[in-house]
Design a protein around this ligand. Structure first.
Ligand SMILES: *[C@@H]1O[C@H](CO)[C@@H](O)[C@H](O)[C@H]1NC(C)=O
Ligand SMILES: *[C@@H]1O[C@H](CO)[C@@H](O)[C@H](O)[C@H]1NC(C)=O
Ligand SMILES: *[C@@H]1O[C@H](CO)[C@@H](O)[C@H](O)[C@H]1NC(C)=O
Ligand SMILES: *[C@@H]1O[C@H](CO)[C@@H](O)[C@H](O)[C@H]1NC(C)=O
Ligand SMILES: *[C@@H]1O[C@H](CO)[C@@H](O)[C@H](O)[C@H]1NC(C)=O
Length: 563
């Protein structure tokens, strides 16, 4: 089942998916069609990636003659497609049913076969799930293409019914299907994720298969990091630095193959955020003067769970991850999320939108597992050019002789340039265009007031600490000695960030919101505002589901990899 079990795909909005439909380029438009290995290194073909608001990355494939936009996901293997009314040319059908569970969402359907074209390459008979039943996936997404290893649900289902040899042959994912066409050619794909700029335009991402982007050839000189766990692209990380200081709080790795003092990190292009230990989240955001810990869902943002931080918008932290002695600085825009005018709650179907800007942690805490200690999602991958190499892998991949799968990475983030970009982004989206920034402490007090006032207000009933409690136990990072500016009195909030008028615009919503201890302008907007909202909330799986998924996975892997 869920070889890809962690991912934080937030819902996207129809607005963005429309853009994709219009702008999507047919992957068939190139003149060449090739078998894997035939292109050599002479004419690198960029298959191309499109980012959606830095939350998903898609590419266009051609399945059975139809162009389909799929999420690319190094955290899973199966390919599923939601055909709806599209007619694609099938090369074979089966009555085998696949049921793929993701961290968010579930996909169910029959295994079918069809020709699959990826850029210039052709796979004549690719197994895919005809996803007749899709839940919890972003609207408008037509499918998802896994890019990991073959012990996924399709493989398990085929193995059970047709036996292991058939499964090894027929259940391969697109990447390993392709690479199998020429076992003598080096089997790899390269990813570089794009980034959305302040003006909304997108820096192009890249996807190359069996070739490198010409300007990134140096990736072949980078250290080869061998896979340390069978299921995923998981590698030993030396550690990470926060403003030049090594974080020393990691536990001994859960993964046996990881050397003492290192950490097993999964590289997952389908994971919008990250899954870090709570201690690491606190160390990163606690390093930002004036940041306030918020142990609950932050209203109006994607930050669920119980380990969040509200940070001053003009600040970030310099963090970096270290692999085989190579340091990868993280762009400050990947550290902090900026939300203009978040929609805080809904009263009688009318969303209450704060006319203010709030900034939060962009890396999230998440559970660790038996086969990894940390998940590095898009927020890490945007900072590297990564070449994922299958080495001598053949399915099912648990007894590889020769070279193990490995990754090589180049840093693409220049720390000084990135910092300047962050400040420019802040100027543009907050100082010039955005609604007024409000101090982290002011937000916490306002949430507490909303919560006191409206019991049904904050939707996350499963969290441990109420906003009211959070307001009483404010944990402000760093700056206590900094003068009076970050003390918790509301008068200093006002001096630091400027006075804000209180008002409920267009409101005949005569709830007692006037109790707001903090003066914030709230405006009430109609349903239109909801469509314009930049984000809708991420839904993380319930713990039980996650545990179910995990125990199923454990059962399966012990079945399969009993050693
Ligand atoms: C289609 O699948 C069946 C098994 O379900 C197999 O016997 C047959 O050879 C397959 N045909 C092709 C064209 O692959
Ligand atoms: C270390 O392990 C403990 C116990 O499982 C856990 O609570 C804690 O979050 C872990 N710390 C890190 C940094 O992974
Ligand atoms: C951020 O803004 C605050 C308040 O205006 C100011 O005191 C602080 O110096 C700024 N920090 C940076 C890094 O610009
Ligand atoms: C982060 O690095 C940039 C560029 O090197 C520097 O200007 C900035 O002051 C650093 N910020 C912190 C919080 O260390
Ligand atoms: C939002 O705040 C800005 C100032 O930051 C103000 O100019 C504008 O009128 C406010 N809009 C509403 C709808 O309150």
């Amino acid at each position: 089942m869920p070889i890809s079990f962690f991912r934080g795909l937030p819902l996207t909005l129809a607005f963005f998916t429309c853009l994709i439909a219009v702008e999507g380029q047919g992957a068939s438009s190139g003149p060449t069609t090739a078998k894997y290995g035939e292109l050599g290194s002479t004419s690198p073909v960029d298959i191309g990636l499109k980012g959606i608001n830095d939350l998903q990355y898609t590419t266009d494939v051609v399945l059975g003659g139809k162009t389909i936009t799929v999420i690319i996901d190094t955290g899973s293997t199966d390919i599923w497609v939601d055909l709806q009314s599209e007619e694609v040319q099938i090369t074979n059908t089966t009555d085998l049913v696949v049921d793929d569970h993701y961290a968010i969402g579930e996909v169910k359907g029959n295994i079918l076969f069809a020709e699959l074209r990826l850029g210039p390459y052709v796979i004549p008979h690719q197994a895919f799930t005809n996803a007749s039943n899709v839940t919890g996936m972003p609207p408008g997404i037509q499918g998802l293409m896994g890019m990991a290893f073959d012990t996924a649900e399709t493989w398990f289902v085929m193995n059970k019914t047709w036996g292991e040899d058939a499964a090894n042959e027929l259940a391969r994912g697109p990447m390993t299907s392709l690479i199998a066409q020429d076992p003598a050619a080096p089997g790899f794909f390269d990813l570089e994720l794009g980034r959305t700029l302040a003006n909304g335009s997108e820096v192009n991402g890249h996807l190359y298969i069996g070739q490198h982007l010409a300007s990134r050839e140096a990736v072949t000189q980078a250290p080869k990091l061998e896979r340390v766990s069978d299921d995923h692209w998981t590698f030993a990380m030396d550690g990470m630095n926060i403003n030049g200081q090594r974080f020393t709080g990691f536990n001994t790795s859960a993964v046996k193959k990881v050397p003492e003092g290192k950490v097993a990190a999964v590289l997952d292009s389908g994971f919008s955020m990250s899954a870090f230990p709570k201690e690491l989240i606190d160390a990163i955001y606690g390093s930002i003067p004036g940041a306030v810990k918020y142990p609950s869902l932050i209203p109006g943002t994607e930050n669920s769970g119980d380990n969040n931080w509200i940070v001053p918008c003009n600040a970030s932290a310099n963090i970096s991850f270290v692999f085989a002695g190579q340091e990868f600085p993280i762009h400050p825009l990947d550290v902090v999320s900026i939300y203009n005018a978040p929609s805080l709650l809904t009263l009688e179907d009318i969303p209450l939108v704060a006319n203010a800007t709030i900034c939060t942690n962009h890396f999230f805490a998440g559970d660790t597992g038996d086969s990894y200690d940390i998940i590095l999602g898009m927020g890490f991958l945007r900072n590297v050019y990564a070449s994922f190499n299958y080495g001598n892998y053949t399915p099912p991949g648990n007894a590889i002789t020769g070279e193990l799968p490995y990754v090589q990475m180049l840093s693409v983030t220049d720390r000084d340039a990135a910092w300047a970009e962050y400040l420019a982004y802040y100027e543009e989206t907050v100082v010039e265009a955005g609604p007024l920034e409000v101090s982290p402490e002011a937000w916490v007090k306002m949430f507490a007031a909303l919560d006191d006032d409206d019991d049904s207000g904050s939707g996350d009933s499963s969290t441990t600490t109420s906003p009211a409690t959070a307001a009483q136990n404010l944990e402000v990072a760093g700056a206590v000695s900094d003068d009076s500016s970050s003390s918790s009195s509301s008068s200093s909030d006002n001096t630091k960030y400027g006075a804000i008028a209180l008002g409920l615009l267009g409101a005949n919503v005569a709830v007692g919101l006037a109790v707001l201890a903090v003066t914030l302008t709230l405006c009430v907007r109609g349903a239109k505002a909801r469509r314009e909202a930049r984000y809708s909330p991420v839904r993380l799986p319930k713990d039980e589901e996650r545990m179910m998924v995990q125990s199923e996975l454990n059962a399966r892997s012990s079945e399969r990899y009993s050693d």
